[in-house]
Design a protein around this ligand. Structure first.
Ligand SMILES: Nc1nc2c(c(=O)[nH]1)N[C@H]1C(S)=C(S)[C@@H](COP(=O)(O)O)O[C@H]1N2
Ligand SMILES: [Mo]
Length: 386
């Protein structure tokens, strides 16, 4: 005799059941450790970028101007690893999504808190990769400003992740080493090895595909494969991309014939462009490394910032740099002493052997080693010794 089904049915009967082989802890752990490494790289490089861009007062004069390519590397990693994390995040969410349907939804306070922390973790991770990705294409379909919110949520995410690692520690320990003899497979898990291998092959292909088609935006030897990144290293006047054009910054309406560089300090002075060109010129090879992920080396020629501050009676002093641009977040830039006294930091007048184009900051722009692109101020009109 068949047992009579209870009526009404328990909610669990209405929920889907999952017998698919890969929604298991071993798969989840294996994807999770890769995603964890990616998140660690993004967090470390992101915090670095944050403090290089906007250092607290006590740090502003200590930031290192070396290595020259430091920011180029860390920000390239931040964006590259962030993009690679997207397929991993999908894979990980896919492996655990049956847990959305467990019943009862909460077995107690502890279980409820644990689920809440996972909700914060998932929301935070999705938010970070989504906002980060849209930022690389300069699309901001939200009412808040990207940088502070992306930064704040990264801490929320870090907290939720640490809590998650603590809660899941027993599973992580048991499943970390795939071939560990100590890990006895649960019934059904041994047969999953093949499926798991194809899942990982698929994930590896997805990660490889998104990486190879975007890293060329900063790893320039791969630039010919850069099909999906918003920037191509070669597209732009004088062979260098442009983020904010002169038209967008409103500097095309300025009468450049009347342009003067004003230097404020103990001995203030003004220079015309001809006078600047008559000062000793230096040539440096330095990258522009945009926070949005593209970067490229270029040859810059111009006057050393430390020569200009020396002439103002404050050699190597920290500076405030003001652009001709009327509005815009990057109109005013502060430069700490390590950069201001560096022999490679220039008020550049030329790029790759040619006079700067309007989009690259004509008549004069800043170029300094190991700094975010946003601080390489274009259309400079004023230097203030601090
Ligand atoms: N005055 C001013 N300078 C600026 C910007 C700006 O918006 N205004 N954008 C910055 C950003 S975000 C980058 S990445 C670099 C780009 O330099 P490029 O256009 O010469 O390649 O310029 C920086 N200098
Ligand atoms: Mo940038």
């Amino acid at each position: 005799m068949r047992p009579r089904l209870p009526f009404p049915p328990p909610p669990s009967a209405l929920l889907p059941s999952f017998r698919g082989p890969l929604h298991d802890r071993r798969t989840t752990t294996a994807i999770g450790r890769l995603l964890g490494v990616a998140m660690l790289v993004c967090m470390v490089t992101g915090v670095l970028s944050h403090y290089l861009q906007d250092p607290p007062g006590w740090l502003a004069n200590e930031l290192p101007a070396r290595p020259l390519w430091g920011y180029r590397l860390t920000q390239g990693l931040h964006v590259g690893v962030g993009i690679a994390a997207i397929p991993l995040l999908f894979g990980k969410l896919w492996s655990v999504y049956p847990k959305l349907f467990v019943w009862p939804a909460f077995t107690g306070v502890r279980h409820a808190l644990e689920r809440l922390s996972v909700a914060v973790l998932v929301a935070g991770a999705v938010f970070e990769v989504l906002t980060g990705l849209l930022n690389t294409v300069q699309w901001y379909p939200w009412p808040f400003s990207f940088v502070p919110v992306h930064f704040a949520v990264s801490w929320l995410l870090t907290g939720a992740l640490l809590l998650h690692l603590a809660v899941k520690w027993p599973d992580i320990k048991a499943y970390w080493w795939r071939r560990s003899a100590a890990t006895r497979a649960l019934p059904g898990e041994a047969e999953n090895a093949l499926d798991r291998r194809s899942l990982f092959t698929g994930l590896a292909v997805a990660v490889g595909a998104v990486t190879v088609t975007t890293v060329g935006q900063s790893l320039t030897p791969l630039k010919s494969l850069d099909l999906l990144a918003p920037r191509h290293p070669d597209h732009g006047p004088l062979g260098l991309p442009v983020n904010r054009t002169a038209a967008a910054a409103g500097t095309t309406r300025v009468d450049m014939a009347a342009w003067r560089l004003t230097v404020a300090g103990p001995r203030p002075y003004e220079l015309t462009l001809d006078e600047l060109n008559a000062l000793p010129q230096y040539e440096v090879e330095l990258p522009i490394a945009c926070v949005e992920g593209w970067s490229k080396n270029a040859r810059w020629t111009g006057v050393r910032i430390k020569d200009l501050t020396e002439r103002a009676g404050a050699p190597g002093a920290a500076l405030r740099v003001v652009s001709l641009e009327r509005h815009g977040a990057y109109r005013v830039m502060d430069m700490g002493r390590t950069y201001a006294r560096d022999p490679l930091t220039l008020l550049a007048l030329r790029l790759n052997g040619r006079v700067l184009t309007p989009d690259h900051g004509y008549p004069a722009r800043i170029i300094a080693p190991n700094r975010p692109g946003v601080l390489q101020t274009k259309w400079v009109s004023r230097l203030e010794v601090r």
